[in-house]
Design a protein around this ligand. Structure first.
Ligand SMILES: Nc1ncnc2c1ncn2[C@@H]1O[C@H](COP(=O)(O)OP(=O)(O)OP(=O)(O)O)[C@@H](O)[C@H]1O
Length: 286
């Protein structure tokens, strides 16, 4: 089980706010951290990793105390059993991909682990290249396997698949799921990609303005338990004129007639659109 209870002052563009999160995650949970930009997701991961100090906090992982500000415990980062992928990847520029991985390997003799992971993420033929010569997606994959190599108790991932195209993203989602199952570890992943969250995670923490506003399973948070036969979408109002309202919903623009309900809407408003599943038409794309 992972216990997180932290308070940290956040410096926002306009003033300050408090990151305040209290959560308990079951053992071996795959947890998604979800919320708008600036909600405090990366800050929370950095506090758990030991890269940032909160004003107040307790972090316990599988019975071990990593941080307890009341008891003045602050386990050094290298003693925490973590692997992490942050948005800057932090690869050594003067080392090749293989050397970067070798450097992070606890037992330098077990190089077969590196070779097998390189193959799994389709990077074997780039192993002798320096990070500067790789695309963002390739660097992201190097950072991901470097984080996995030590089989950490807790894997912290800050949008680890964001720079990948759809095919590689899906491939790595499968690989992540099998690593997670095989290693029996805890994963905490920041993602903005709802289908990814629903596919990968079994717990979700939703943050907004530094506050934990919802916690639970994806089914609880994303409608399935309350309204399994209701489709709910979020749209944005593009324009309103005397006759119609234009909305951007998912990947298309739709137009609806002006009514008493929609007459007060204005461009930029976020709105929800709900319909019953019996009214939907489905078509396979490929
Ligand atoms: N070390 C820090 N100390 C105090 N405040 C910080 C620190 N680092 C970032 N902040 C501020 O805290 C807020 C939350 O930042 P954070 O990077 O955690 O958000 P986020 O939810 O990860 O956003 P995004 O989805 O854009 O990555 C921001 O306003 C940021 O400026």
């Amino acid at each position: 089980m992972i216990k997180i209870s932290v308070r940290k002052k956040l410096h926002l563009a306009h003033g300050s706010s408090m990151l305040s999160v209290d959560a308990e995650l079951p053992a071996q949970a795959f947890t998604a951290l979800y919320g708008p930009s600036g909600a405090g997701k990366t800050t929370l991961l950095k506090i758990i990793a030991g890269l940032l100090q909160p004003e107040e906090g307790i972090i316990e992982v599988n019975g071990e105390t990593w941080l307890n500000t009341h008891r003045k415990i602050n386990m050094p980062i290298q003693k925490r059993s973590i692997g992490f992928v942050f948005q800057d990847f932090a690869l050594f520029p003067n080392m090749t991909v293989r050397e970067n991985l070798l450097y992070a390997l606890p037992n330098r003799k077990q190089t077969d682990v590196i070779e097998s992971l390189l193959t799994k993420v389709h990077l074997k033929n780039l192993a002798n290249r320096k990070p500067d010569t790789l695309s963002s997606g390739q660097k992201q994959r190097v950072a991901l396997i470097r984080a996995l190599m030590r089989k950490p108790q807790l894997l912290l991932l800050d949008e680890p698949l964001s720079a990948l195209d759809d095919a590689m993203r899906q491939h790595l989602q499968q690989e992540l799921t099998s690593f997670y199952q095989e290693y029996g570890m805890n994963v905490l992943i920041v993602s903005h990609h709802l289908p990814e969250i629903i596919k990968l995670s079994n717990q979700v923490l939703q943050l907004e303005g530094g506050q934990l506003i919802k916690a639970g399973t994806p089914d609880m948070l994303f409608n399935l338990e309350q309204n399994p036969d209701q489709l709910q979408l979020i749209g944005e109002v593009l324009s309103v004129d005397e006759q119609q309202v234009k909305l951007w919903v998912e990947h298309s623009m739709i137009s609806i007639p002006l009514s008493d309900n929609t007459a007060l809407w204005k461009a930029g408003d976020k709105v929800t659109i709900a319909c019953h599943t019996r009214d939907l038409r489905f078509k396979k794309l490929s």
